[in-house]
Design a protein around this ligand. Structure first.
Ligand SMILES: Nc1ncnc2c1ncn2[C@@H]1O[C@H](COP(=O)(O)OP(=O)(O)OP(=O)(O)O)[C@@H](O)[C@H]1O
Length: 240
């Protein structure tokens, strides 16, 4: 069986004629925890937004489980950067987490008791049960990140794509998120995660894509996590 659950072929993405991603090729190995690493402006968010079809590329292809159809996106739970969400929207923690269920039900059907149980169990995993009736505007940054992950768990997708889930959170929440990710990996899930802290890459991830507009090196951590590759990404091209 093909171990590459997502494939990106020769991707070019530009904003106002300025390329943010240039002839990028990568493959996400099934059941891996893969880091996307690179300097500010390297195109990491652009890459995952392209995979999620939130941005239209100039050229290139994205295959998800052997399909190019939008339907394949159902296989993915996407966790955007905290800053990309309107946290002032008047809604509760439980309602946000329950949104993870709409992928299965469609937007018109109301969630039922089972959906609620699944959402509560996801909140329990993230130790956010006590906050279920809290307005999302009243959460701290770390609590927001926990709610995001609970919503992704609720979706019960095979692939998680997360944009800087560990940004601006304390060590307790970081450990909880990493432990949850590792136990979901045991259940067969796959992770593609934008990560900034170079000191924790080897501890948290088994694969990495080191990039700066294009891929500098990609593969198993033991093979690609070298000073040479990291220096190359962080010193070349002037994208940062
Ligand atoms: N909506 C946009 N319009 C114009 N340019 C954009 C837009 N979004 C991103 N860019 C530019 O594209 C390049 C890549 O941005 P992107 O956010 O993908 O990088 P990143 O690697 O995720 O950066 P960071 O580590 O700072 O989050 C940057 O030069 C950025 O300024």
């Amino acid at each position: 069986m093909d171990k590459d659950i997502i494939k990106v072929n020769d991707l070019i993405v530009a904003y106002d004629d300025e390329p943010a991603i240039w002839h990028l090729n990568m493959a996400l190995q099934e059941n891996s925890i893969t880091a996307i690493v690179g300097p500010n402006g390297a195109g990491k968010s652009t890459l995952i937004k392209s995979i999620m079809q939130l941005i239209k590329p100039v050229s290139g292809e994205v295959w998800i489980k052997g399909s190019k159809s939008r339907k394949a996106l159902k296989e993915i739970a996407y966790v955007p950067q905290k800053g990309e969400v309107n946290w002032d929207f008047p809604t509760t923690v439980l309602d946000v987490v329950m949104m993870g269920r709409y992928v299965h039900k469609g937007w018109l059907k109301r969630p039922n008791k089972k959906d609620r149980e699944i959402a509560m169990s996801a909140l329990r995993v993230m130790k956010m049960e006590a906050f279920r009736n809290r307005q999302i505007s009243e959460l701290s940054g770390g609590q927001r990140q926990r709610v995001f992950l609970a919503r992704a768990i609720c979706q019960n997708a095979g692939i998680y794509i997360m944009d800087e889930p560990l940004q601006g959170i304390d060590i307790t929440t970081e450990k909880l998120i990493i432990d949850t990710i590792k136990s979901l990996q045991q259940e067969g899930k796959t992770f593609l995660i934008v990560h900034h802290n170079l000191d924790t890459v080897e501890e948290y991830f088994d694969h990495a894509v080191i990039m700066n507009k294009t891929v500098i090196a990609a593969g198993g951590i033991g093979d690609v996590w070298t000073k040479e590759n990291i220096d190359k990404a962080y010193t070349e091209t002037g994208a940062g």
